[in-house]
Write a protein of this length. Structure first.
Length: 688
């Protein structure tokens, strides 16, 4: 007879209530799993956390050397006078922890057995136990468990209507969704099936699928801590702990979590989280980042245009001063030495005589216009004007032919008249254009907006860092290269902004270099964000070009530092076989193609798995930063967030679609493997 299931039963499948904990402890006592009569602490277990602490304390047993410490002591005392050729510490097992594999396996098998008996909540213990198994490197048990849980079909009882025994099960059906497309279970009573405009781009040709589920209720559920604060919430789900278990940037095959990361249900969970809340948050972040990027580049462009306009205005003003200085000097020379009888002057024309002096005046004005600070009008005009006035008394002009040929009184008169003339000319020069150009804001206002956005981002990152560290994952942040890319980007952007706003002044050349480095780092961050899209992320990891020509084209547009990337990409292209020396022999060609195809398939699958792990880590960081203990708070209308108790985002478990052919092949291979294993055990028994 079919059991009647209620919505509340399934909705609380991932919640470890007190009655369930008591029933589970009773099972441990009855079956003597991880329990002996000396254990008094078992009576103090009231919640899932204390239960996991109890199991964690039972995960190791004493080794032979540890169990016979008294005997070791006697042997050591008797042999203390004898010299040993090998250090005894090398083979002394007293410091080695012996894993309690048998008892943990019994615990896991008990939960799986209960699950098959339709008591699905027992798998909740396995969900919370998985991170502990990973932490303590129980790789063999994890591999066995993952194999057991892969492609678990939805129980037929789950198809029945609430309060009814009638079952509407469909073994398989047609679908146009991607493989491992996930759904919340149980379905929400009010909310419709989640869909978005982006889903239409992820449709595939219709195919026959079988509905499977993740038999780990509560894997994605956050603990409900009543004293949790909104600013720095604590507590993580088992899924978060598993994803953050590996210290490497990319996962290692020898790590205990490797089989989990390869499993279809892990990929289904990541895909579900991405579609439900990860994608919208990521798109918001991407749009804000693009807006900031455009503002920053626009500010730099406007600042560059302003610098160019200031240079042109200074050149124009310098040109006017040079013309007026030349006119003034020629006028003064003509009026002063017209009656001179000096033979040197009379033997040449006045224009030829004063040419060298005019060159000295022009050079002095030009040097002043180049060396002057371009930020303030009074400094610019004063420097250029003074250069035009003071050059007349300089040592350089006094050593010219005409000054050496004239007596000191005449030179003094020329200098005085020149100063008077040039001052009159300077006062008549219009400096309105120069003034407006220098005082224009350029990109300063936009840069102020950029710095405000950077300051807000830094505050959010500091909060996020505190949350991650508070939950015990600080090492993941400080060992990730992306962290230092973000820190470097923020430092360079802030320094560049301060330089543009003139809070720091190290010259235009230094500022241009900081601007270039800042833009380069922004492109690097942008590429990192794009990697969360599947095709781009897998492409970058696998470096396979031919499959995604459109992606390559888009990346070529986005990345103008493409030279190095194209060099790496070109090196991954297949060899050209135009040259006979490079062409393989006909007899080995088929084998070569098969080998390359296998390597490619393995590389692509590995790249996809690594990319999934990277996306999972980003989702975990987003969940820790954006999910809050309370769904409603005073700034909820301004800040994108979702509650940790929202079972639309963190459901008890997840259903996912798998091509029917793949499910059938999996169970056939699993059955064949079990038969082989049974045969080997029988042979081993007979031999003994």
């Amino acid at each position: 007879m079919s059991m009647k299931y209620s919505y509340d039963y399934f909705d609380k499948l991932g919640d470890p209530d007190e009655q369930f904990i008591k029933d589970f402890i009773k099972d441990l006592k009855d079956l003597k799993i991880l329990y002996d009569e000396k254990d008094k602490i078992v009576d103090d277990i009231e919640d899932i956390d204390s239960l996991m602490e109890y199991i964690k304390g039972k995960m190791y047993v004493k080794g032979k050397m540890q169990a016979d410490l008294e005997e070791i002591k006697i042997i050591t005392e008797n042999e203390s006078q004898q010299f040993k050729f090998i250090f005894p510490e090398i083979y002394n097992e007293s410091t080695v922890k012996w894993k309690n594999d048998d008892s943990i396996r019994k615990l896991i098998n008990h939960c799986i057995k209960k699950n098959k008996q339709k008591e699905y909540k027992y798998m909740l213990v396995i969900s919370h136990l998985l991170p502990i198994l990973v932490e303590n490197s129980y790789k063999n048990l994890i591999d066995e468990l993952v194999t057991e849980l892969t492609y678990t079909k939805v129980p037929e009882e789950w198809y029945q209507e609430e309060g009814s025994k009638k079952i509407h099960k469909k073994e398989s059906y047609l679908s146009i969704r991607e493989e491992l497309w996930g759904y919340r279970f149980p379905r929400h009573k009010v909310r419709p099936l989640h869909s978005s405009i982006f889903d239409r781009f992820e449709k595939v040709p219709r195919h026959q699928v079988t509905l499977c589920y993740v038999p780990l209720p509560g894997l994605c559920t956050f603990p409900n801590y009543k004293d949790n604060n909104i600013l720095f919430p604590c507590g993580t789900s088992p899924f978060v702990k598993i994803v953050m278990s590996s210290n490497d940037e990319l996962f290692d095959e020898k790590h205990a979590s490797f089989k989990i990361f390869e499993s279809p249900f892990f990929h289904a969970i990541v895909k579900f989280k991405w579609h439900i809340h990860g994608r919208i948050i990521f798109i918001i972040v991407l749009l804000i980042y693009l807006a900031f990027f455009l503002l920053f580049v626009t500010s730099i462009a406007l600042d560059f245009n302003k610098d160019k306009a200031v240079v042109d205005a200074i050149k124009n003003y310098t040109k006017k001063i040079t013309i007026e200085a030349t006119k003034s000097y020629i006028t003064v020379i003509t009026a002063t030495i017209g009656s001179e009888t000096n033979s040197t002057i009379n033997n040449v024309t006045i224009a030829e005589t004063v040419k060298s002096n005019i060159g000295v005046i022009t050079a002095a004005i030009s040097r002043a216009s180049i060396d002057v600070n371009r930020d303030k009008l009074d400094i610019i005009t004063l420097a250029i004007n003074n250069a035009a006035i003071e050059v007349i008394t300089s040592e350089e002009i006094n050593q010219t032919i005409i000054n050496l040929a004239i007596n000191n009184a005449t030179i003094a008169e020329i200098n005085s008249n020149y100063v008077t003339e040039i001052n009159k000319s300077i006062s008549n020069i219009d400096i309105t254009t120069l003034n407006e150009t220098i005082n224009s804001t350029g990109g300063r206002l936009i840069m102020i907006v950029c710095l405000i956005l950077v300051a807000m981002a830094i505050l959010l990152l500091i909060r996020h860092t505190i949350i991650v560290v508070k939950n015990g994952f600080g090492k993941k942040i400080f060992t990730a290269p992306s962290t230092y890319v973000l820190i470097s980007s923020a430092i360079f952007i802030v320094i560049t902004g301060f330089m543009e706003l003139k809070f720091l002044d190290y010259g235009s050349n230094i500022r241009i270099q900081f601007q270039a480095v800042s833009i380069f780092l922004l492109w690097i961050c942008f590429i990192g964000l794009l990697c969360l899209f599947k095709k781009i992320g897998v492409f970058i990891i696998s470096k396979y070009l031919e499959q995604y020509p459109l992606t390559v084209f888009l990346l070529c547009i986005f990345i103008f530092g493409i030279a190095n990337s194209m060099l790496i990409a070109t090196s991954m292209n297949p060899t050209e076989f135009d040259d006979e020396k490079n062409s393989p022999k006909e007899s080995t060609f088929d084998g070569y193609v098969a080998f390359v195809n296998n390597v490619y398939e393995e590389t692509r699958e590995r790249a996809y798995t690594e990319w999934t792990v990277i996306r999972a880590r980003v989702l975990v960081f987003l969940e820790l930063a954006v999910s809050l203990p309370q769904e409603k708070f005073f700034l909820s209308f301004l800040i994108a967030h979702f509650g940790r108790d929202d079972k639309g985002c963190f459901p008890p478990t997840i259903l996912y679609e798998v091509p029917t052919e793949k499910v059938e092949e999996w169970f056939k291979s699993k059955q064949s493997s079990n038969e082989t294993s049974t045969t080997n055990e029988e042979i081993s028994t007979n031999v003994q």
